[in-house]
Design a protein around this ligand. Structure first.
Ligand code: NAP
Length: 247
């Protein structure tokens, strides 16, 4: 039996905006009993907690801060669903970037952040009869876009880690779901080519995948069409993406 959202206890990283915020509203709608809202600055959660103060718990959580992560795992010791959503994209090329600062931050958030949260919460999730981790990856986990070359690398690393985490946590009964959307209408995605997915499409298809016990999901019709094209002609899709060079 896979985790069902109704009566689950979720933690969403990067809950204050974009896809993370959409996760919070949909988890509420599907009957999660409690949702921890991770945000670097809890003040940025604004009116979100007021939607349902009995079920929404703000949590100061910078996923790159080891102390924040350890504190979160202590405070949120009843979590059954960890959603690693927080992400950073600096929009830089591999060679043309002025230095490695953005590349390192992308790895810190998108790769080490996922590792850190997954490691801290594995014992918490082990206590529940049904539990799951969701990692919000990207279609760029599979193909690289040179205009966001270092981000693509961080998401590829995160996909590899996701598959290892899944294998390691299988014995304790924690499902691990990787979600790989194409461009989404958020602060991060708004300069990417149209059409773009709505955050709710990502959230709905990803939560459906959790409930169905699926390992990987291409959320939204736009992503599914891209995934079909990639399955048919991976080199062709990579060649198309390779034309998107840094400015
Ligand atoms: N938008 C797209 O086109 C797209 C496509 C595929 C995958 N994704 C992935 O989807 C996820 C959500 O992205 P989004 O589109 O919603 O982007 P967004 O609107 O830019 O939101 C990013 C979120 O991540 C948080 N964050 C960044 N660094 C953090 C850190 N060190 N610790 C904790 N939180 C941190 C941000 O918090 P602050 O407000 O404090 O900065 C914000 O809440 C990311 O993993 C992203 O890579 C996005």
């Amino acid at each position: 039996m896979s985790l069902q959202i109704e009566n689950s206890v979720a933690l969403v990283t990067g809950a204050n905006r974009g896809i993370g915020k959409a996760f919070v509203t949909e988890l509420l709608r599907r009957g999660a009993s409690k949702i921890y809202l991770g945000a670097r600055d809890p003040a940025s959660l604004g009116d979100l907690v007021a939607l349902d103060p009995a079920r929404l718990v703000p949590l100061k959580l910078d996923v790159t801060n080891a102390e924040d992560v350890a504190t979160a795992a202590g405070v949120a010791g009843d979590v059954t669903l960890l959603i690693n959503n927080a992400g950073f994209a600096g929009g830089q090329g591999v060679v043309s970037a002025p230095d490695l600062a953005v590349a390192r931050q992308e790895m810190e958030v998108n790769y080490f952040g996922v590792l850190s949260l997954s490691r801290a919460f594995a014992p918490v999730l082990a206590k529940a009869p049904e539990s799951a981790i969701v990692n919000i990856l990207s279609f760029l986990s599979l193909v690289t876009m040179p205009a966001a070359g270092t981000y693509s690398a961080s998401k590829a690393a995160s996909l590899a880690a996701t598959r290892s985490i899944r294998a390691e946590l299988k014995a304790q009964g924690t499902d691990v779901v990787g979600s790989m959307p194409v461009q989404v209408e958020t602060d991060m995605g708004r300069d990417l080519p149209e059409p773009r997915l709505q955050p709710t499409e990502v959230v709905n298809d990803t939560l459906d995948a959790v409930e169905a016990g699926r390992e990987e999901v291409f959320p939204g019709e736009l992503t599914r069409n891209t995934a079909a094209a990639f399955a048919d002609n991976p080199k062709g899709v990579q060649a198309y993406m390779s034309a998107m060079l840094p400015a």
